[in-house]
Design a protein around this ligand. Structure first.
Ligand code: HEC
Ligand code: HEC
Ligand code: HEC
Length: 428
């Protein structure tokens, strides 16, 4: 009897849940006041669209700008970004201002359908209507691209767009951005850029099992596309505290700063397309805001005491695995020591310094592994340099051993990378 009661309860809860999802009204259109179209408005829109990095997601390499088609692979299928050029058939050329603002700030499509949060509307929700409309004016000033949008390929029940209503109920921010009068104009500008337009939290804030961002732990670090997006709160040990605003500004502009290292993967993309083009005043505002973000003593490096190990002897064994990581050491000697030296001090260029970086202090070594597999390049006042890709040259077992060797040698950490992790990272 008790079992029956539990089953009935589950069915009732399920029905109520389904009813709530289906009956919950879609976000209605609201009136927005458009500014007069002008070159200034288009220029403002171009800047906001750059800071919001619309182009990175809505363009495929070699494709028409904003023509869409970039694939977002999720555990339950693939979402493709649509064409957002002013093409009247394949793009958004027929959209009204109100529809555009609703799409990017509330995640509702042209016909009232729910959009997936791959479009970061949980952040753009905080964007001002004026900025959103400027972005529309800019997009509509560009040539239309007649590229058809690709349909998504999602498994049931994830292909049921109405389910997003329930998700939004739980995870949409309640408020738009409101300036804090107790803080300076610079701080407020930084807060607006970080939390709304440049959507740093979409990658740097931990997500829960339902993919909602955990704003209680804002910017405490998360894994994104197989990379670790570090804790960038003001915590001196786990976060950016102690790095100094100049280093943060330089990193966001060039993708490199001494002590932080070179940006790779999704962060490099954000810098190349977006952050490197922001004004110095805006990057300084971001640094000022980040320095005030509540410190979080958790995140990817939880329980790790970062070290900067610099021992120049090749005889030095890797931590935690003193005698058995012969494979890692052999590969390092043959493929890496020439540029990185045995002490992790860049042999040819300081850009290749490894000792003390977060990446080499992370036992999982995700970013180390990704850099080894896919290579990287950097161009900064300190010089230009590239790290070759080694994916083709070594097996999963060799790259896992090498990752653990690097993490052990230059971070003093006990690396936990496994060949299966490398196989996964090859795809990312
Ligand atoms: C992180 C990737 C990402 C970024 C950044 C992004 N988008 Fe998107 N956008 C998407 C994806 C993916 C979809 C499709 C969502 C879906 O199918 O539900 C989408 C959907 C849209 C739509 C709905 C189009 C339609 O045909 O339904 C519009 C409009 C849009 N984005 C505009 C923008 C603008 C403007 C920006 C910058 C302010 C932007 N996006 C930034 C990934 C992104
Ligand atoms: C698309 C995802 C993504 C977005 C958006 C993003 N980041 Fe990152 N960020 C990453 C990843 C991944 C790394 C690690 C890169 C590496 O180590 O090479 C990173 C690294 C960093 C670092 C270096 C931290 C360290 O100690 O090494 C800083 C600082 C940073 N991000 C700040 C920001 C700020 C500020 C924003 C918003 C303006 C932002 N990021 C937006 C993914 C992202
Ligand atoms: C031709 C010189 C060269 C070779 C060979 C080389 N690297 Fe690099 N590596 C660099 C440079 C330069 C950078 C910094 C700039 C960048 O990331 O593009 C770098 C960056 C890195 C980073 C990222 C550091 C960070 O900022 O987080 C890691 C990890 C790394 N290398 C490990 C290796 C390993 C392991 C090997 C051997 C398989 C190797 N490198 C071979 C030049 C090289």
């Amino acid at each position: 009897m008790r079992i029956l009661g539990v089953i009935v309860a589950i069915v009732i809860v399920g029905l109520v849940f389904a009813g709530a999802v289906l009956l919950w009204p879609a976000q209605p259109l609201r009136t927005v006041t458009a500014a007069a179209q002008s070159p200034q408005l288009i220029a403002q829109g171009r800047y906001v669209a750059t800071a919001a990095d619309c182009i990175a997601c809505h363009t495929v390499p070699g494709g028409e700008p904003f023509g869409g088609g970039r694939a977002f692979t999720l555990p339950f299928g693939t979402i493709y970004s649509p064409n957002i050029t002013p093409d009247r058939e394949h793009g958004i050329g027929t959209w009204t201002d109100a529809q555009f603002v609703r799409a990017i700030k509330a995640g509702v499509g042209h016909n009232g359908e729910e959009l997936y949060p791959a479009l970061p509307y949980t952040s753009y929700h905080r964007m001002s209507d004026a900025d959103a409309l400027a972005v529309k004016a800019y997009l509509f000033s560009l040539p239309p691209a007649a590229t058809p949008s690709r349909p998504n390929n999602l498994a049931f029940p994830f292909n049921q767009r109405p389910l997003m209503r329930f998700w939004k109920l739980l995870f949409m921010p309640r408020h738009e951005f409101a300036a804090d009068p107790r803080q300076s104009a610079q701080w407020n500008r930084g807060a607006y850029l970080v939390t709304a337009v440049a959507h740093c939290g979409e990658c740097h804030t931990p997500r829960n099992l339902m993919y909602g961002v955990d704003n209680g732990r804002a910017l405490a670090g998360e894994t994104v596309q197989g990379w670790t997006a570090w804790n960038i709160t003001s915590d001196p040990h786990h976060g950016l505290g102690g790095r100094g605003p100049d280093a943060v500004v330089a990193y966001l502009h060039y993708g490199y700063a001494p002590g932080i290292g070179a940006a790779g993967g999704p962060m490099k993309e954000a810098i190349d397309y977006s952050l490197s083009q922001l004004s110095t005043a805006d990057l300084q505002a971001i640094a000022v805001y980040l320095a005030s973000v509540r410190p979080q003593a958790s995140g990817p490096l939880e329980g790790v005491v970062p070290q900067a190990v610099a021992n120049s002897s090749p005889a030095w064994p890797s931590a935690g695995d003193p005698h058995t990581n012969a494979i890692g050491k052999r590969v390092f000697q043959g493929a890496c020591a020439g540029c990185h030296a045995w002490n992790g001090k860049g042999q040819v260029t300081p850009l290749a310094d490894l000792a003390g970086l977060r990446s080499v202090n992370h036992p999982k070594g995700l970013n180390v592994m990704q850099t080894i597999l896919h290579g990287n390049s950097v161009s900064a006042p300190q010089g230009r340099a590239a790290m070759p890709a080694f994916a083709a040259g070594y097996s999963d077992a060799e790259i896992a051993a090498l990752t653990n060797y690097v993490v052990g040698r230059f971070g003093g950490q006990n690396g936990s990378a496994r060949p299966a992790d490398v196989a996964k990272a090859r795809m990312q």
